[in-house]
Design a protein around this ligand. Sequence first.
Ligand code: COA
Length: 228
Amino acid sequence: MASSSTASKPKWATVNTTLPARPLPLNSCRVPVTTDRLIIRALDAQDLDSLHLIRTQPEVMVNHPQGRIDRDLDETRPKLDLFLPPSDASHYNFAICSKETGEMIGIGGCHQLKSMFGWPAMGYMFRKEFWGKGLATEFTRAWLDMWCKLPREEAHIEVDQRSVPEGEGKVLEVMTAFTTAGNLASQRVLEKSGFERFLVWEEADLRNPDVQITLVAYRYFPSKQLAN
Ligand SMILES: CC(C)(COP(=O)(O)OP(=O)(O)OC[C@H]1O[C@@H](n2cnc3c(N)ncnc32)[C@H](O)[C@@H]1OP(=O)(O)O)[C@@H](O)C(=O)NCCC(=O)NCCS
């Protein structure tokens, strides 16, 4: 997996758009959302063991920039702390739990309010036992709905022009996501959830900088959902 800080040859431009109003709701104010099979709720310090279980599955971490499993709980702890108070206004990331058992089976949402394209970015990881059942798609659709329902404010931000459709005037707000070219499952999840592909590029693989890796970027337009 490549760095999340650059996309080769960005073309920066300052645009007028919208974004969810800051500060984002703190964890303590996030009301759990229930879907057919999932509960999407705020992350909590007690989720450490569950997050560790996810992050110690090689099949999950092979697609992560870290490229390896966490060594121990002490390596997982700061990864969870990123999403707990006092850092909870800087993300919209959630625990994904089985509605049937209550156990945390994944983590997902917006982990980065300013990604390599200047826009927020979303992502997800599920424990391998829960793959292939449509749960990531169920989560992504529900989470996008939560994101779209956040109150908006005007924003004047720098973005990579390749992430926005060409045109004059105010730019439609974008949510981004990116995957390795080989992660077909994640690409399918994004496409089934309303994302469209806008860029494919190559850069050094963080897991082995001597190797070039192909990455695929996706965008989603919250205002199009709001208009429906
Ligand atoms: C990516 C991930 C979230 C997918 O979760 P999931 O719950 O299995 O996803 P869903 O079941 O909702 O959808 C997967 C889709 O991809 C398809 N798919 C899975 N593997 C595929 C493959 N090798 N080639 C083509 N399509 C594939 C499935 O058939 C399904 O599409 P369908 O519903 O049209 O049949 C899960 O594999 C995961 O956690 N991986 C590790 C972390 C990760 O890669 N995160 C994303 C980083 S960008």
